[in-house]
Design a protein around this ligand. Structure first.
Ligand SMILES: [Fe+2]
Ligand SMILES: [Fe+2]
Length: 412
């Protein structure tokens, strides 16, 4: 985050009480804090003010905040709005605990898969500001039609974990339906492959030693690549959904799509792209054996936790070597995706071209996806901002690949 400093002697900042900020609103101005006699940018305009953001301010005892004089009219108009709906949100720390507890009970779906008028047998929930609410209740016996209201719901859509097989059936029926003959058929098919990949990779994380699941994963990556090779623009459809809450399976598929896109952009052949895609899809498989409290921790990791999370690289290598025959290129995406060009990565502190091409590509894709995914302690960055940050990381990531990556994503 960019930081602006200014001494306190200078005029130009206007104080207001942090308690005036309303949960569930988007803050239309930059917020500054006063620290050691200086003003420092705390949140950029456009930040969504959530229960988590409030917890953060409480923890840091930040009761008084500042806007620049230029933003004062914007602050005044914000304060005069008298937001009604969201002030009654659950006690923030309770909302935080509930969210952490409930997160694993839900499965993240792509709203583009929901087609108005279609009948579904699974229930749908929406998560907004870390609170889950039911949008639609359906059962295997009782189907419900997707209405406009469902499609208009703001927030992230999820289904109960137990309903994933029903969702999977729905996806198959979609594949057989007339929708696959319309003008958007190509895009829909690509998104269907994406949703299927998520289900398969989630299954694999639940059973990391299953040979069957890994074969399905490989087949799925193959299908995804075929559809991209058929029509290169498919890649942009596959990359179109950003800013989701973090789930390992969604992250795995995103990193796979981004890596494949970069692989195609640097003219790897189909075989090479496939090796890359499989490795990228499996890059975090080692996280399946790390305690989930650490993987899903909704805050900064302490030193011990960080040491443990880093072992996911060696664990991933172990799982894949023991149980599955993977090409050396694919395997290197798993073992080297946290290495840095500067030699400051892990686990081997490899530098520059000692890192394989698959490792260098997956590292860029991994970093970009992390920046554009929402975490409770920070908003997801827009692709534009994420690219701005990553483009400066030429010491850590392959500068030639970075250039191609930025150009590729600039087209979204
Ligand atoms: Fe990783
Ligand atoms: Fe990752």
């Amino acid at each position: 985050m960019a930081t602006k400093f200014r001494t306190i002697d200078e005029q130009g900042y206007f104080p207001f009480a942090a308690s005036k900020l309303v949960i569930g609103t988007t803050i239309p101005f930059d917020i500054h804090q006063k620290q050691g006699g200086m003003f420092e940018l705390l949140f950029e305009f456009g930040t969504e003010y959530t229960a988590m953001t409030r917890d953060f301010l409480v923890q840091k005892s930040l009761k008084e905040l500042y806007v620049s004089d230029e933003d004062k009219p914007v602050l005044e108009s914000y304060l005069s709005k008298g937001f009604s709906e969201s002030t009654s949100i659950l006690e923030s720390s309770r909302a935080f605990k509930d969210y952490t507890f409930q997160k694993d009970k839900y499965y993240q779906i792509d709203r583009q898969m929901l087609i108005q008028g279609a009948e579904v047998h699974f229930s749908i929930y929406v998560m907004k500001n870390y609170v889950y609410s039911q949008l639609l209740h359906a059962t295997p016996e009782h189907a419900v039609t997707i209405s406009e209201k469902i499609l208009d719901a703001r927030g992230e859509l999820l289904i109960p974990q137990a309903d994933v097989p029903l969702y999977n059936e729905y996806l198959s029926s979609l594949l057989r339906s007339d929708k696959m003959k319309g003008k958007d058929a190509g895009k829909l098919k690509a998104l269907l492959i994406r949703e299927n990949s998520k289900i398969i990779i989630k299954d694999l994380f639940d059973n990391p030693r299953s040979g069957e699941k890994i074969k399905q994963t490989q087949a799925m990556v193959g299908e995804m690549i075929d559809s991209i090779m058929e029509n290169k623009d498919t890649i942009y459809d596959l990359l179109s959904i950003r800013g989701y809450d973090y789930y390992t399976y969604t992250h795995s598929v995103n990193v796979c799509v981004l890596s494949v896109g970069l692989g195609v952009a640097v003219n790897l052949n189909q075989m090479q792209v496939e090796m890359l895609g499989i490795g990228a899809m499996l890059h975090d498989i080692g996280k399946s054996v790390i305690p989930q409290e650490i993987v899903n921790k909704q805050g900064k990791l302490d030193d011990t936790e960080y040491r443990i999370i880093k072992t996911h690289v060696a664990e991933g290598e172990k799982i894949l070597k023991e149980n599955h025959r993977l090409s050396p290129d694919s395997l290197s995406a798993v073992t080297q995706h946290h290495e840095k060009i500067s030699g400051k990565g892990y686990p081997l502190r490899l530098a520059a071209k000692d890192i394989t091409l698959c490792g260098r590509i997956t590292a860029i894709a991994d970093c970009y996806d992390a920046l554009t995914t929402t975490r409770p302690y920070r908003q997801s960055l827009s692709p534009f901002k994420a690219l701005g940050i990553i483009a400066k990381e030429t010491g850590n990531y392959d500068p030639d690949l970075l250039r191609v990556f930025v150009k590729m994503l600039g087209k979204i």
